[in-house]
Design a protein around this ligand. Sequence first.
Ligand SMILES: N[C@@H](CCC(=O)N[C@@H](CS)C(=O)NCC(=O)O)C(=O)O
Length: 172
Amino acid sequence: MPWGQVPVLYINGEPLPQTVAICRYLAELYSLKPSTAWRCARADAVAEAVSDITNRAATVRRATDPGVKKVLRAEFLETRLPEFLTQLEEKLNEGQFLCGEQVCWVDIYLATMLEVIGAICRVDDPSAGFPRTAALVSRVRSIPEIAAWIARRPPSIVGEDPPATGAAAEGK
Ligand SMILES: N[C@@H](CCC(=O)N[C@@H](CS)C(=O)NCC(=O)O)C(=O)O
């Protein structure tokens, strides 16, 4: 598996790793790119911020010591995530989606990563208290094809603790 990580998208047996590369490839195929170079760049900037906040949540997931995990989770939920969502709310005032009235891949990426963050931090709705973000997530999840996928997809393991490795796995 490339880089030893998931996700990997296989096309004709050829692997494409890295979430954002996969998203951008699918956006090209399914007309989910913003309509101008400027809008693409602005959406990319949001996507980078989404990746950053998701990586921070991943540090909460990876923490094995319960005390450390509790501190990291609290810091994330009380400081990092609200800071991110506050900035995001300011960018969501021009239309239904990030780039106006048309959904683009970054809307879908954002909605999905907020779901991942909710699962990692065990909160039902990470966008609670941030109405524009919550409305955007709801719009994305209501797109018929996406709603149909959500209804039939297999259960996610994202919220589960990762397997212990090294000394922790050996009970040391
Ligand atoms: N930059 C990568 C990160 C992927 C990533 O962190 N994947 C995790 C699961 S969510 C993984 O495979 N971890 C196993 C490992 O790193 O050993 C992406 O965005 O796809």
